[in-house]
Design a protein around this ligand. Structure first.
Ligand code: C5P
Length: 280
């Protein structure tokens, strides 16, 4: 048995985020094209240890951290204790809509499973992941995926290789719950189209985020950030997930770098991460 594992936990971008009306279970049906990003990631190190410890500077410890609850879920599924030392180095900002906490939790599911050779396959891990949060199944799978339901139904899509994103912010740290609540208050257009968009992302009209209006209502300063990215020639400007980071999209690295050089709050210049499972 390896005595420790180092697992990268990448950020994500929702290239499309369609949100339907609130369902009786309190959640909103989604249709979202999720892309794991290269060049913006946390690092999760997992080592065998006599008791469970979690170090995650800058984020809550214990059960308030989704990574801790990921081990709880595995222990419950396997009906055995799985003590480990978990060290998370965070680079993905929190409350940015970039999926950092969910990605860390998925890395812990994968890492503990490997460390203890639990023999759970990816489908079983995805089932556990779905109970932890909407983005966690995606991070178990990685690559580029069209996600529907609450994020648990995944369909592999090809990687948009000509996509370069300049990520700025978080312009305003936003709580996912507050953004969805505001989305409900503002009203919405009805049922979502469950089919993935087709054609190149640059063909226009299909990149978008239904949470934009709600996030902008809570944090009007997002509008100025969107304006800056558009002024610098981004093909598309996008709220990241439920916010509050913003992304401007370009087709070449050089164009993205030129734009980033003129912005103050750049976190990363990123592109889609090739899938480990070979689906992207
Ligand atoms: O699943 P996740 O932990 O990211 O969700 C955080 C909160 O966002 C949920 O408690 C819920 O209030 C809201 N949410 C929602 N519909 C979704 C995803 C999240 O209403 N599909």
């Amino acid at each position: 048995m390896a005595d420790h594992l180092v697992i990268p936990a990448p950020a994500k971008l929702n290239l499309v985020l369609r949100v339907g009306p609130r369902a009786p279970d309190g959640y909103h049906p989604l249709g979202t094209l999720l892309v794991a990003l290269a060049g913006l990631e946390d690092t999760v190190t997992i080592a065998a240890a006599p008791t469970r410890t979690l170090s995650c500077p800058g984020a809550p410890g214990g059960p308030a951290n989704l990574a801790w609850r990921a081990v709880d879920a595995l222990e419950a599924a396997c009906a055995r204790p799985l003590p480990a030392r978990i060290d998370i180095v965070k680079r993905i900002p929190m409350q940015a809509g970039l999926g950092g906490g969910s990605s860390d939790a998925a890395a812990v599911l994968i890492g503990i499973t490997a460390l203890y050779r639990l023999g759970l396959d990816v489908r079983e891990l995805e089932r556990l992941a779905a109970d932890l949060g909407s983005d966690v199944p995606f991070f178990v799978r990685g690559g580029t995926q069209w996600a529907t339901g609450r994020g648990e139904r995944l369909l592999p899509r090809s990687r948009p290789a000509d996509l370069w994103a300049v990520i700025c912010g978080p312009v305003a740290p936003l709580s996912t719950t507050d953004v969805y609540r505001t989305f409900d208050r503002l009203g919405h257009g009805g049922a979502i189209d469950p089919d993935p968009p087709t054609g190149p992302w640059t063909s226009g009209g299909w990149v978008g985020n239904d949470l934009w209006r709600a996030a902008r209502t809570l944090a009007p300063e997002l509008g100025a950030a969107a304006h800056d990215l558009a002024r610098l020639g981004a093909h598309e400007v996008l709220l990241c997930g439920s916010g509050g980071a913003m992304a401007g999209l370009w087709t070449t690295r050089a164009a993205a770098e030129t734009a980033a050089g003129q912005l103050r709050s750049v976190i990363a210049i990123t592109s889609p991460r090739p899938s480990v499972t070979g689906t992207g």
